[in-house]
Design a binder for this molecule. Structure first.
Ligand code: BJW
Length: 255
């Protein structure tokens, strides 16, 4: 990350009226949550997350998929927002309009204090039933290996996490809002996503087509780096606090 890149990104944000943050799994890495493509650790090391995160995977082995999500749900519940999440709360105080559109299912943006968050892929703390989508709000059993998903109290179908699996539609209202924000924003801050999963990967392309500047924060180049006006290389927990400090300095300096 160069000083010039940081200054350029800070000036773009300081001059923007509408800012959209588009975040992915790397945003939560410094909270101790593995990224999706790093997710297979320890006892899950032998499984492919792209096979588990499908309805077919759940139907083929509901115990395995339920246990994987129960394990992750507990880990996420214990995690805390990191300095990157907190910096985005501060950034919202510096620009007129800021919305976070996230692919993350961990709820950490809201827990950090971000007021306007659009969740494209659902939330792991919510549960619904497989067949009819009935929301379930009761207590869930703690994580245990080889545990059957509990049945829906209304229809008996197995409960599943209320997240978006491969091959499933994203929640309609979230998509409408995210795309409309991307079309109207002045700047998009793209953080910690590999840019491999669609349709979320289209958001920075939409923003750019409509004239927005795109700033990317990632320790390594992604599939979307070609669409970024500024690439800030590094972990978001370090880059974002420095970036927001620079925006604050620019905005508090008389022209
Ligand atoms: C750091 C860092 C640090 C590390 N700081 N950064 C069009 C073209 C091609 C394919 C498709 C298409 N349209 C649809 C598809 C199919 C599919 C898809 O995209 N497949 C691809 C694999 C090719 N998409 C879908 O199925 C979507 N549905 C859909 O399109 O419906 C319409 C439809 C239906 C039926 C048929 C056809 C169309 C649904 C996608 C749902 C994705 N769900 C998941 C699982 C959620 C639940 C769970 O977590 O278990 O969402 S998959 C997973 O990937 C998860 C994530 O949100 C998502 C994105 O991952 P992300 O955030 O980018 O994470 P990583 O791990 O990939 O990358 C981490 C990044 O962080 C890296 O870049 C690191 O460098 C970086 N990093 N440390 C900052 N400290």
């Amino acid at each position: 990350m160069t000083v010039e890149g940081m200054e350029r990104a800070a000036r773009i944000l300081a001059g923007a009226y509408r800012v959209v943050v588009s975040s992915g799994a790397g945003m939560s890495k410094e909270s101790g949550i593995p990224t999706f493509r790093d997710a297979m650790e320890g006892l899950w090391a032998n499984y492919d997350p792209q096979e588990l995160a499908t309805e077919a995977g759940f139907r083929a082995d509901p115990r395995r998929v339920w246990s994987w999500y129960a394990w992750r749900r507990e880990r996420i519940a214990q995690a805390r927002p990191n300095p990157g999440h907190v910096a985005l709360v501060r950034l919202a105080e510096q620009v007129p309009r800021l919305t976070v559109v996230t692919q993350n299912i961990d709820g950490l943006h809201a827990r950090a204090g971000s007021a306007d968050v659009v969740e494209l892929h659902g939330n792991i703390q919510r549960v619904k039933c497989l067949d009819r989508g009935h929301a379930y709000e009761g207590a869930l059993p703690p994580y245990a290996d080889e545990q059957d998903p509990p049945p829906c109290p209304r229809c008996g179908s197995p409960l599943r996490p209320d997240v978006v699996w491969f091959g499933e539609m994203l929640p309609e209202k979230a998509v409408e809002r995210a795309w409309s924000l991307a079309e109207r924003c002045d700047a998009m801050l793209l953080i910690g996503t590999s840019g491999t999963v669609w349709p979320a990967a289209e958001l920075p392309l939409v923003a750019r087509r409509h004239g927005a500047r795109v700033i990317e924060v990632n320790p390594t180049p992604s599939e979307l780096t070609h669409a970024a006006d500024v690439f800030l290389q590094g972990p978001s927990g370090e880059v974002l606090p420095a970036l927001v400090e620079a925006v604050t300095r620019i905005r508090s300096t008389p022209a």
